[in-house]
Design a protein around this ligand. Sequence first.
Ligand code: KMH
Ligand code: ZN
Length: 271
Amino acid sequence: MEKLIITAAICGAEVMKENNPAVPYTVEEIAREAKTAYDAGAAVIHLHVREDDGTPTQRHERFQKCVDAILKDCPDVIIQPSTGGATGMTAMERFDSTNITPSPQFATLSCGSCNFGDEIFENTEDIIRTFATEMKKKGIKPELECFDKGMIDIAVKMHRKGFLDAPLHFDFVLGVQMTATVRDLAFCASSIPADATWTACAIGRDEFPIAAATIAMGGHVRVGFEDNLYLEKGVPAKSNGEIVAKVVEISKLLGRGIATPDEAREILGLK
Ligand code: KMH
Ligand code: ZN
C-alpha cells in the first residue's frame, strides 16, 4: 500500500492552554510543536497561528514569522496554511494566511457551511469559488475540507465547473457535523473521484480509531491538538509529537510505511 502521509494540525483556532498547557501560542511554541510532530513522522503541518495571548489570527505577518521559524528546524516539511481560520472572521481575513513567501504549495479550502458548536462556519459557494480561483492563480493545491458528504459533492461540482483541477485531494473532517464512524468514513471515501487522494481526521476521542480505519483503507491521516488533546482517556498529550508517534506505531503494526515530506509531495502532486 502507498506510504502514509501524516498531517499534524498542531494548534487550531479553538483549543486553549486551559484545555492543554502544551497548546502553542507564541512563534517559538508553534515552531516547537511543529518540530515535535516532524521528528515523530509528520510530513505536513496544518497551520493556524495565534497572537501571543492565544487569540487566533490569519495575519500574514504572523504566519510568515511562524513559517520561517518552522522551516528553520524542519526545512523540508510541507506547511499547509489554514484558510478556515476561526468562525466569525471574514473570508478575505481568512485568506490572508496564504500571502506569505515563498507562496505555499498547499492550503485548506472548506467546501461548505456548517455548524461549529453554537456558531456557523460560513463557506458559501461564492467564498469557495473565490478561494479556489485565487489558489489556482497562486499555484496552491487545495486540500478540500469536507465536514459532511454534501461538501464532497460541492467540491466535485466546482471541479466540473473548472474551479478545481484534478486530481483532487480531500480531507474528511469527522465529528463536527457528520459522525466519527467507520460508516461515514467509508461513505466519504467511496464518494470521491477515482483519481482523488484523501486524508481523514476525527475530533476528540475518535481520533485514533478513525486513524486506524483510515490507515487500513489506504487514506492518509491528520491528527494533532486542533482535533484532540489526549493520548488516551485521561492522559493529556505532552506534545503533538506524542500523538503523531502513536499514529506511526499503529501504521507500522498494520504494515504501512510513513511518507517523508518529499514522498508526500510526490503522492499529492505538489509543485
Ligand atoms: N477553525 C475552523 C472554524 C481549516 O483549517 O481550514 C475551521 C478550520 C478549517 O479549522
Ligand atoms: Zn484547521
